[in-house]
Design a protein around this ligand. Sequence first.
Ligand code: AMP
Length: 585
Amino acid sequence: MGKVIGIDLGTTNSCVSVVENNEPVIIPASSGGTTTPSVVAFTRNGERLVGEAARRQAVTNTERTISSVKRHMGTKWSIRIDGTEYNPQTISAMILMQLKKDAEDFLGEPVTEAVITVPAYFNDIQRQATKDAGRIAGLEVKRIINEPTSAALSYGLDHGEPQKVMVYDLGGGTFDVSVIEIGEGVIEVLATAGNNHLGGDDFDQRIIDWMVKEFKAQQHVDLTGDFAAMQRLRDAAEQVKKELSATESSQILLPYLTQYKGTPLHLDMTLTRPKFEELIWDLIEKTAEPVKNALNDAGLAASELNRVLLVGGSTRIPAVQRKVRELTGKEPSKNINPDECVAKGAAILGSTLQGNALTAAGQELLLLDVTPMSFSIETVGGVATRVIERNTTLPIRYSQIFSTAAPYQRSVEINVLQGERTMARDNKSIGKFKLKGIKAAPAGVPQIEVTFDIDTNGILKVSAKDMDTGKEQSIVITADDRMSDAEIEQAIRDAQSYAGQDQIRRDAIELLDESRKLCNETELSLKNAGKTLDRAAKKQIKADSTRLQKLIGKCRLEKVTEAELAEIREAKQILQNSVDTLMRR
Ligand code: AMP
């Protein structure tokens, strides 16, 4: 049986872990380090880059580089590059394929199963999209687990005694807070809350806005229209932000950032920690409400918490830590690695799903998670009528009877909503279904039992039964934002063929490089040999070199085939043989 890997598919960075000898270990990224930047790029010569290589070239290839795709998960966002349309699932799948490959290299065996983490605040569509991304990458997603729960899982293993823990998770793009009870062999999520659009990227943006404003004041030049300059500002903003977690002030120096009427302009500014805190204070303040809501929903006072765990890179910011102290009255624990604990928890869950016991006492582990948002149905007057309350323990199955609003109505459209607001239009519509063939009757007479079924992944299925006829009706949720099965199958085929195509391109780049080098060296050797060479040998070598150069010139990386590569390889070998013979004379 292959191993189940645990994947933290982050907005900024991703991390993968696996359990070995009963301990979760982090799988090293192919570029070194323990995390892989969640960045994908398409180079102009048709190569696809993922991770560190993609991040490094982002400045010079802004329009063809995609970062923070997680922010678009479950939306209609897409990007068109070289005539191909990519959606968030297919881009995320490319990151997952890289992590899968790293895991396979590390373990020396194929990996086909994974547990993937998502922010607790991801809705049904975002969870489905994440699962679909896994499928496209060739992974069977055994479970989708909430990031804070996952962090607690990795923490819970180290600390056997029962306790109530708050996980404050502020990453690149999302904020999650969960209140979790860790008992003997049971990890129960009591409540969760958060903000899907709040994180380190927003802090970077505040620094960028500040730099743009300052630059305009100093140089009278607006940088916002300069793509490459803006990308450099983005990188610099993140860097200075990170530095300010450790120092009181930091210099930002960007030589030749842009030019004005032919004169190069440099950026040279200093950002102090107090100024940075002033820029982001209202954003940090936004984490207070979810913290209070989570405590309320869990029925706990902050003083009843045993511990507060910090997860996510942005919790390294001193002002964030101060805010956590102020909100909870506790000194946050710093003995877990905020970048790694989420992936480790997922690996632990993956291992327990295979039947391995991992708790300190060696017993099976029970994980009780909750639904982060309420589910409702739109009823008369556009009201959202609650069916399942937020923070209900999963899995859950709940049925409710609905009826018709108009006399002799033969069909009803049911709009399934996720969110906490009272009016339907203020919540997220995650699917609509039509129930047809209802027996003609006065309004309110037909009895239609609608059943909501939320599995342990937090994914919802809805079914309905006509109580009059006793017949089950099959209802398909048709969320516009979801990929259909056919689309996913196509994406899987594309991903597989891309994987093959990527390998051909990598081979081609290497072969073309070696071939060019050989042609150059040959030319030099011929020149140096001068008159010492016999003319026929010289002519042969020149002809072989010209043939190879022609093949190199003809080769287009974006369309290269195996047959073409074989021809180049052969021409290169012929030239190499001729040169070797010459050298031996
Ligand atoms: P995550 O999604 O957990 O990987 O968090 C990534 C976010 O954490 C990004 O916005 C990073 O810029 C931010 N981050 C990482 N290290 C630091 C640090 N030392 N200080 C401030 N922010 C950081």
